[in-house]
Design a protein around this ligand. Structure first.
Ligand code: ADP
Ligand code: MG
Length: 465
């Protein structure tokens, strides 16, 4: 294995990219390559198979997108590249990013093939010809079985978030799909962590892959990591104590199991703390709602397992709480890397019982760290201090389908409801609903005023989540 740690930033113009592509990168503000891009692009552009490992948010999408776009022949109307992603959400993000990067040549068709969308529409689009497809394994298999997706001209197969696809039990599906791709294709595998199964996948479906792995290097000063010794039955109380002491606006609390997430959530609710959870049982719309509320700062705590939180990119997160330590030290590094992004400081607070000590030893070895222990009893924990998120999310019935735009919502809020711009947070328009964050003190008054008024000529159905 060949661990590359590029020492300096490199420009995209060192790569064999078209002038149009270089111009696009400049327009997007991509001035220099991220470390994973400078380690993997030369390998991928040279046509080698690749295993690339780097944390979430490190720019892996462009690392494979630039390579597959470079190999693409826009005049050939056939699927030449396919990206497999674990979830529809991630597939849509990847589709967007490839579209952005492909904009200098206007004839490239990129199609998302995910469950949850009507298959007939996808079949029509496929019949009209697509150059690149981005899909979830289930739906891609479905198309292969129906004979509606032809992979004969495929030259690049990308397995994105391969670790998560394995966790979700997609091994057999990936195998089914890979066996139907031409054998002389290039295969690029991207992953945030490196579980056991990746080797098995790579040895079966990649040819002499080169491996690049970027060990995470957090700026030490930006993530402050503290450990608290607990007894198992104290864990949930300790989470509350940490929240009340550190008072993060947004915190991500990791548990190892869904059951543990559920119990913690109940307990936080009982304490009047605005908490939500992400798990695989949620429908897409419920998942969207959770993510919207968390990102717009109207939910203090998001409780999740590693599987549920994978791929989640949150700009501002004051704290990560490890309710339990994970047995996999790389996952620990990945968990705490969610905080302390950009120039923000972040807390990584871990609860550690006697049974977790072995996990801690492995974490300390990997991170070359001497754990900084703190006492729960030293946390300032005034009894009456409640944790109130700064914003409240209002859900308005009507979205893209009704042609609602953020400007309509902002207009209604500042005119009819009399809010100032500063009292309005993020506005998110989805297919059927619109979500807007408003400051806590104005929420209920705003619901009342909006309900009494009109938007786009219609009465407004609105509620606070
Ligand atoms: P990953 O797949 O590793 O989690 P993404 O590909 O989603 O990461 O990229 C994270 C963010 O970084 C995206 O918003 C993307 O537009 C941005 N990005 C990617 N490459 C660069 C670059 N070279 N310079 C600046 N921003 C970049
Ligand atoms: Mg990604």
């Amino acid at each position: 294995m060949n661990d590359k740690l590029p020492s300096e930033s490199r420009n995209f113009d060192e790569l064999p990219l078209s002038p149009g592509m270089l111009a696009t990168l400049q327009q997007l503000g991509y001035r220099v390559m991220t470390p994973i891009q400078s380690a993997s692009l030369p390998v991928a552009l040279a046509g080698h198979d690749l295993i690339a490992q780097a944390k979430t948010g490190s720019g892996k999408t462009a690392a494979f997108a630039l390579s597959l776009l470079t190999r693409l022949n826009p005049r050939r109307f056939a699927v030449q590249a396919m990206v497999l992603c674990p979830t529809r959400e991630l597939a849509e993000q990847v589709t967007q990013e490839i579209r952005r990067l492909a904009r200098s040549s206007d004839n490239i068709k990129i199609l998302a093939l995910c469950g949850g969308s009507i298959i007939r529409t996808q079949i029509n689009s496929l019949e009209h010809g697509a150059h690149i497809v981005v899909g979830t394994p289930g739906r891609v298999m479905d198309h292969l079985e129906r004979g509606t997706l032809d992979l004969a001209a495929l030259n690049t197969l990308v397995l994105d978030e391969a670790d998560r696809m394995l966790e979700m039990g997609f091994y057999e599906d990936i195998a089914f799909i890979a066996k139907r791709c031409p054998t002389d294709r290039q295969t690029l595998l991207f992953s945030a962590t490196y579980p056991e199964g990746i080797n098995r996948l790579a040895s079966q479906f990649l040819r002499n892959p080169q491996q690049v792995k970027l060990l995470e290097q957090h700026q030490e000063n930006q993530i402050r990591q503290r450990f608290y010794a607990v007894e198992d039955e104290q864990r949930f109380e300790a989470v509350v104590a940490l929240l009340k002491h550190y008072r993060p606006v947004s915190a991500l609390a990791f548990c190892n199991t869904k059951q543990q997430c559920r119990s913690l959530l109940e307990m936080l609710h009982a304490r009047g703390i605005k908490a939500l959870t992400l798990n695989g049982d949620l429908e897409q719309r419920e998942r969207d709602q959770v993510l919207i509320q968390f990102a717009n700062r109207s939910c203090s705590v998001l409780v999740a397992t590693d599987v549920a939180a994978r791929g989640l990119d949150i700009a501002q997160l004051e704290a990560v709480i490890n309710v339990e330590l994970t047995p996999d030290p790389e996952i620990h590094v990945h968990r705490i890397g969610r905080t302390g992004r950009a120039d923000n400081e972040g807390w990584a607070l871990s609860l550690c019982s006697q049974a977790d000590r072995n996990h801690l030893i492995r974490i300390s070895q990997l991170m070359q760290l001497t754990p900084e222990w703190h006492e729960l009893s030293a946390l300032q924990n005034p009894l009456e201090a409640v944790l109130v998120p700064p914003m409240v999310t209002l859900q308005i019935l009507g979205g893209r389908k009704e042609k609602i735009r953020p400007a309509d919502v902002l207009g209604a809020l500042t005119n009819e409801a009399g809010l100032t711009r500063a009292e309005v947070g993020k506005i998110t328009v989805t297919e059927m609903h619109t979500y807007v964050a408003v400051t806590h003190d104005k929420a209920y008054d705003t619901v009342r005023k909006l309900s009494a008024g009109r938007m786009k000529g219609k009465t407004v159905k609105v509620r606070a989540l």
